[in-house]
Design a protein around this ligand. Structure first.
Ligand SMILES: [Zn+2]
Length: 102
């Protein structure tokens, strides 16, 4: 079973967490100015890399706090966890796979 380290509680089974989608998707500065295509892209279009991906997770069976995790989508390995107000940690270039971003 996948173990995910909560930044506050430490390593726990993945069943204690809820997935929250891609991290670092900023809310539009002026949503009223978006056309339908731009609004749809904000709501539904997300990166789908083969390799490290920043994701939001919530520790529902523990502290119930949200945090970000850098997870390799090819191996499921959790490379780093960090608090939502922290920047995305750097990843060693060897961890990036070809075609990792759109
Ligand atoms: Zn926790």
């Amino acid at each position: 079973m996948l173990q995910i380290p909560c930044p506050w509680c430490g390593p726990r089974d993945e069943t204690e967490y809820h997935y929250g989608g891609q991290a670092h998707v900023p809310y539009p500065e002026d949503p009223g100015e978006l056309n339908d295509q731009e609004w749809a892209e904000y709501l539904f279009f997300r990166d789908n890399p083969k390799g490290p991906r920043a994701e939001r997770w919530m520790h529902g069976a523990g502290c119930r706090r949200w945090f970000n995790a850098l997870r390799d989508t090819a191996t499921y390995e959790v490379l780093a966890v960090y608090r939502p107000d922290a920047p995305r940690p750097a990843v060693h270039p060897s961890r990036e796979h070809a075609g990792a971003s759109r």
